[in-house]
Design a protein around this ligand. Structure first.
Ligand code: CAA
Length: 246
């Protein structure tokens, strides 16, 4: 497989770490962003000990200015970005009648506006070079909705609307744009859901268990090789059968 330059947002998180490792294992050069210096350096050391050399760049994807700066920094360190994985995301779960403007805006800015902020600085280069992969990490809850997640589900559904529009605009330029929609994965984000609520959710998953971050990284990697160039605008569910919409 041709070695590419990949930028994975939120790469230090649960799913992000697995994506970063998988892309590196496939021979790509991988960068990610961070906000918290100390956490990021610890993460980098842990990965270094496992043999991974991942480029870290500071910047908050919810800020258009910081996103542009961090993309340019990755370009300076590694070269033009061929693969962008929009993975960074947060939750601020609460029922809508209690939701504050801050809880709404933080989730929309970090999970959805980030997709604009990050993709805008890389798309022209991909079009010029006639090759690119843009992959959104959405969620099962963008497909089916979720009690307590009006903000998150709106952002995650919006990500796929972005995917299918960008896919049309860029198909002639060798760029594919796809979404992966993970179900409930055993990350800190899901473990933060109160235990009794979480147990009820797991009981609704046909496989009878939470997914692993590696199972999402596998789905992401599927979209990358040249053999996948006919697949664009897809939404790949990886959710243990919890939601089977088509
Ligand atoms: N359907 C119907 N009723 C529900 C419900 C559901 N799914 N969930 C909760 N309720 C009911 C409760 O039974 C309770 O009813 P009573 O008051 O009659 O007993 C009531 O709602 C509680 O409502 P509150 O507004 O008081 O809720 P709360 O403040 O206790 O917390 C919550 C509500 C924050 C939504 C909490 O239930 C929660 O955290 N739920 C999990 C949300 C979730 O799945 N988040 C996913 C995080 S991981 C992720 O996002 C990754 C990914 O992509 C999958």
């Amino acid at each position: 497989m041709t070695a590419r330059i990949a930028l994975v947002t939120g790469g230090t998180g649960g799913i992000g770490t697995a994506i970063v490792k998988r892309l590196a294992n496939l021979g790509h050069r991988v960068a990610t962003n961070y906000r918290n210096e100390e956490k990021a350096r610890d993460w980098q050391q842990r990965l270094q000990a496992e043999g991974y050399d991942i480029t870290l760049v500071k910047g908050d994807v919810s800020s258009p200015e910081e996103a542009e700066v961090l993309v340019r920094e990755v370009e300076r360190k590694l070269g033009p970005v061929d693969i962008l994985v929009n993975n960074a995301g947060i939750t601020r779960d609460t029922t809508f009648h209690k939701m504050t403007p801050q809880q709404w805006n933080e989730v929309i800015n970090t999970n959805l506006n980030s997709v604009y902020n990050m993709t805008r600085p890389v798309i022209e280069g991909m079009r010029e070079r006639k090759w690119g992969r843009v992959i959104q990490i959405s969620s099962i809850n963008g497909q089916k909705g979720q009690y307590g997640q009006a903000n998150y589900a709106a952002a995650k559904a919006g990500m796929h609307g972005f995917t299918i529009s960008l896919a049309q605009e860029n198909a002639r330029f060798g760029i594919t744009v796809n979404t992966v929609s993970p179900g409930y994965i055993g990350t800190d984000m899901v473990m933060a859901v109160p235990e009794e609520v979480r147990n009820k959710i797991v009981a609704q998953i046909p496989t009878g268990r939470l997914g692993s971050p590696e199972e999402i990284a596998y789905a992401v990697a599927f979209f990358i090789p040249d053999e996948a160039s006919w697949i664009t605008g897809a939404n790949l569910s990886a959710n243990g059968g919890q939601y089977m919409g088509w």
